[in-house]
Design a binder for this molecule. Structure first.
Ligand code: MF3
Ligand code: CO
Ligand code: CO
Length: 291
C-alpha cells in the first residue's frame, strides 16, 4: 500500500493520514517465534463505525442479561428464560446469535453447577436453591455481535465453596482484562487468569477460550486463559475480543455430552464458573462493549 492510497481500514482517508504510522509500529517489532509472537491481521482491526455497531449491540445484550438474571429463582425452568430473552432481543431489533449457530437449538446458553458452558435451556431443567448458573448471551444487531455472560446464585445463597468459586472466577476475568494493554501481548491475559485461579486452588479450562468478535461470532484471535506473559499475538487498538475464563473447582478436563453434542461438563464432576465480557483495545487500555 502506497502513502497516497486510500487506507485499508475504509476510513476514506489517505494511508499516510490514517494507519501508516500504526502499521509501521506493528512492523517495527521483531516477532519472536520461540514466544509464538505474531502480528494481528488487518481484518481484525475494526473501524470506529464497526466499534459503534458493536457498542449498540452490547447495550441490548447487557439488558438481555439483566432480564435473564431477574428471572433466576428456585423453581424457574431454564426454557422460560431462553424464550423471554429471545423475545426481548427480537423486540429490540436484534437476533440471538446462538439460535441455530452450528445447530445449537436455543437462543442462549444456561450452564448449571458442573456444566462448564453451552448448556441447553429446557422447560424440563428446573433451577433449585443454591445452584450456580452461568447465562451466556450473544446479540446480533445490524450485523454486529456482542457476547457476554454472568453467574447467578439461585436463591441468593449457596455453599461457601461455590460462592468462592463464583467470586474468584469473576476476579480471574477482571485480572485478564486488566492485563490487556495496547502494544502488549495476548499471552499476558492467560498468564494473569491462570495465576489467580491457581493461587486459589482452581484449574482453568484450556480446550475452550475467548475469541475475536464483532463482525462475526468467533474470529481470530483464540484467547487462551492460560499462558506466558509476552507471548502470542500483539494487541493493538481497534481489536475486539472476549475474555471468558472457565474456572473449575477440580481438574481442568472437560467432556462434551454424547447425546446432545453441546453440553460441556467438568470431567471430574466438580463445579465450574465463568464470566465473559466483550472488550475493545483502545489507545490507552480497554473499553468494555458488553458485560
Ligand atoms: N456465547 C458462547 C461464547 O462465549 C458461544 C455459544 S455458541 C452456542 O463464545 F452455540 F453454544 F450457543
Ligand atoms: Co458467550
Ligand atoms: Co464468547
Amino acid at each position: 500500500m502506497n502513502r497516497n492510497d486510500l487506507c485499508w481500514c475504509g476510513s476514506g482517508l489517505k494511508y499516510k493520514k490514517c494507519h501508516l504510522d500504526f502499521d509501521e509500529r506493528i512492523e517495527s517489532y521483531r516477532y519472536d517465534v520461540f514466544k509464538s509472537q505474531c502480528k494481528p491481521p488487518h481484518d481484525i482491526i475494526l473501524t470506529p463505525g464497526d466499534i459503534e455497531g458493536i457498542r449498540k449491540s452490547g447495550v441490548i445484550n447487557d439488558a438481555a442479561l439483566d432480564l435473564a438474571g431477574s428471572m433466576v429463582e428456585p423453581g424457574q425452568n431454564t426454557g422460560a428464560i431462553d424464550e423471554a430473552v429471545r423475545e426481548f432481543i427480537e423486540k429490540n431489533g436484534g437476533i440471538p446469535a446462538c439460535l441455530n449457530y452450528e445447530g445449537f437449538p436455543k437462543s442462549i446458553c444456561i450452564s448449571i453447577n458442573e456444566v462448564v458452558c453451552h448448556g441447553i435451556p429446557s422447560k424440563k431443567t428446573i433451577l433449585k436453591e443454591g445452584d450456580i448458573v452461568n447465562i451466556d448471551i450473544t446479540t446480533i444487531l445490524d450485523g454486529y455481535y456482542a457476547d457476554a455472560s454472568r453467574m447467578f446464585i439461585v436463591g441468593g445463597h449457596t455453599t461457601p465453596e461455590a460462592e468462592k468459586l463464583v467470586r474468584v472466577a469473576k476476579e480471574c476475568m477482571e485480572l485478564g482484562i486488566e492485563a490487556v494493554k495496547p502494544w502488549g501481548w495476548l499471552g499476558d491475559v492467560g498468564a494473569a487468569v491462570n495465576a489467580h485461579a491457581k493461587a486459589n486452588g482452581y484449574s482453568v479450562v484450556t480446550e475452550l477460550g475467548g475469541h475475536g468478535v464483532g463482525k462475526d461470532f468467533h474470529v481470530e484471535p483464540f484467547v487462551p486463559h492460560v499462558g506466558q506473559p509476552g507471548t502470542g499475538m500483539l494487541l493493538v487498538p481497534g481489536m475486539v475480543f472476549t475474555v471468558e475464563p472457565m474456572i473449575n473447582a477440580g481438574r481442568y478436563k472437560v467432556t462434551v455430552d454424547k447425546k446432545d453434542g453441546w453440553t460441556v461438563r467438568t470431567k471430574d464432576g466438580s463445579l465450574s464458573a465463568q464470566w465473559e465480557k466483550t472488550i475493545l483495545v483502545t489507545e490507552t487500555g480497554t473499553e468494555v462493549l458488553s458485560s
